[in-house]
Design a protein around this ligand. Structure first.
Ligand code: C2O
Ligand code: CU
Ligand code: CU
Length: 488
């Protein structure tokens, strides 16, 4: 079966609708003194069909514990401001680069033009320079949670890990469903930055880059283990984006039900119960939680093994054979008081489901790993020596066009992962469906180690040249990216 470890595990049809962690025998910790409450970045709304904003990328000291840490921020905060827009809106972003290095801006998941002043990741902004991005969001754009981050090949992982990311919410009539408007909507931007007082710590070792760097702390909107206090009977609506450079989050909440309502840019037909949720880098999910009984419950990131370099026998730990992350508590739900139970929505508006158009051309994309630059094993851990990460045997070349597509066509891509580690595959601009999965429209899909995933992509609405890549951003920086040109 192709998607054995695909991004979410649904409970069996007859199963109890619950999302209970494997650790519920542990007693609930009391809310720690001084635990921060859940907070979100500033929100910027579009007004009269237009949102115009200056985003200034800069190195910044941000509060940490009793002191501070070094980060890269947008307008002084990490994550940057949340943008809330509607289909049909125009978004104008003036990106100012106050970093000592080049940067640029990408709107992950938005179905907008990748050309000119649009979502053009081939353009870069030098230190001290600025660039205006204009995104015309089509009037039939799907609603959902999207996000923005830099995309300069070679430094994407560093800049994102250092803090450059923010949420974009596209609103539609689903958001007006009574049950949803009665809920407490919260955006969760998950990150795991290096915690340090100097930006020197933003450089990862060659081994960490090959494995995909993981940081020192798991943060929700920049905060460690924030507390959400809610009444029993209320409805929480959590919209989560994995904005980490490489870390996977396998999420579970002690003793509570969750109901998935959306993945990436795809609404589900109706709320679907799940026992846990795997979010690979770049992926999003939206879920409803109905707090039940007074107490304190942990939102946990459970261990997930995304594989390793597969250097095998005896070299395992040294050569990064496994990346099994240990369990962590990333947030707390404190339930206090009771109110009349709020109902779940029975169906989600605009749930036309996922049209599965007949595909024309099919392609095979092979995700691979090679000894780049003619190195031997002995040099692999040395300074500057690096394995290459490839798609169909080549590393990224912005001048080369790897895939030509005729606008209007529908293609099937078989993505084969020949490596011993997972790779989350991401295509810009054109959302796709995943064969054999009920997850709706997606733009990022995990391709587990040594497995394959087939996606169906309608190349409709937008033309232009863009990219697809592994969203373990270190792998993208090491070459696992290709170019695609969709032309009339
Ligand atoms: Cu989230 Cu090419 O990016
Ligand atoms: Cu993207
Ligand atoms: Cu990868």
């Amino acid at each position: 079966m192709l998607n054995r470890r695909s991004f979410l595990r649904l409970t069996a049809a007859t199963g109890v609708a619950s999302w209970i962690s494997g650790c519920s025998s542990e007693s609930n910790p009391l809310l720690e003194a001084g635990q921060p409450s859940f907070s979100e970045p500033d929100v910027v709304f579009s007004i009269g069909g237009r949102l115009e904003l200056t985003l200034r990328a800069a190195p910044t000291e941000v509060p940490w514990g009793d002191g501070s840490r070094q980060a890269f921020t947008y307008n002084g905060s990490t994550p940057g401001p949340t943008l809330r827009v509607r289909a049909g809106d125009q978004v104008v972003i003036h990106l100012e680069n106050a970093l000592d290095e080049s940067t640029n801006l990408h709107t992950h998941g938005l179905h907008v033009s990748p050309e000119g002043q649009g979502d053009n990741i081939f353009a870069t902004v030098d230190p001290g320079e600025s660039r205006t991005y204009i995104y015309d969001i089509p009037s039939d754009h799907r609603s959902g949670l999207f996000w923005y981050h830099p995309h300069v090949h070679g430094s994407v992982a560093r800049q994102v890990a250092a803090g450059l990311a923010g949420a974009i919410v596209v609103i539609d009539e689903t958001d007006a469903i009574t049950e949803l408007t009665a809920s407490s909507e919260r955006i969760w931007v998950l990150s795991d930055p290096p915690i340090a007082t100097s930006s020197a710590a933003f450089d990862a070792s060659p081994m960490d880059q090959m494995m995909g760097r993981e940081g020192d702390a798991i943060l929700v909107n920049g905060t460690e283990n924030p507390d959400i206090t809610a009444e029993a009977g209320s409805l929480e609506r959590w919209r989560i984006v994995n904005a980490s450079a490489s870390r996977y989050y396998r999420l579970a909440l002690d003793d509570h039900e969750v109901h998935l309502i959306s993945s990436d840019g795809g609404r589900l037909m109706a709320p679907t119960a799940a026992t846990e949720l795997l979010l690979a880098p770049g992926e999003r999910s939206e879920l409803l939680v109905a707090p039940t009984t007074d107490g304190s419950y942990s939102v946990r990131a459970l261990p997930y093994d995304r594989g390793g370099m597969g250097m095998g026998m005896g070299m395992g730990s040294m050569m990064g054979d496994s990346s099994l992350a240990s369990e962590a508590v990333i947030a707390t739900l404190t339930v206090q008081g009771t109110r009349a139970p709020a109902p779940l929505p029975s169906e989600l508006a605009r749930s036309e489901g996922v049209v599965r158009p007949a595909a024309g051309a099919s392609r095979i994309l092979e995700l691979g790993m090679g000894m780049g630059m003619g190195m031997g094993m002995g040099t692999m851990t040395g300074e500057g020596s690096m394995m290459s990460f490839t798609i169909n045997g080549t590393t990224f070349d912005p001048e080369r066009t790897d895939i030509h597509v005729r606008a209007g066509s529908v293609e099937k891509w078989e993505i084969h992962n020949t490596t011993p580690m997972d790779h989350p595959f991401h295509l810009h601009v054109w959302p796709f469906t995943v064969d054999g999965a009920e997850s709706g429209w997606k733009d990022t899909v995990n391709v587990p180690a040594r497995e394959s995933v087939t996606i169906t992509i309608p190349f409709v609405g937008i033309v232009g040249r863009s990219v697809y890549h592994c969203h373990i951003l270190d792998h993208e920086d090491l070459g696992m990216m290709g170019t695609i040109d969709v032309t009339v």
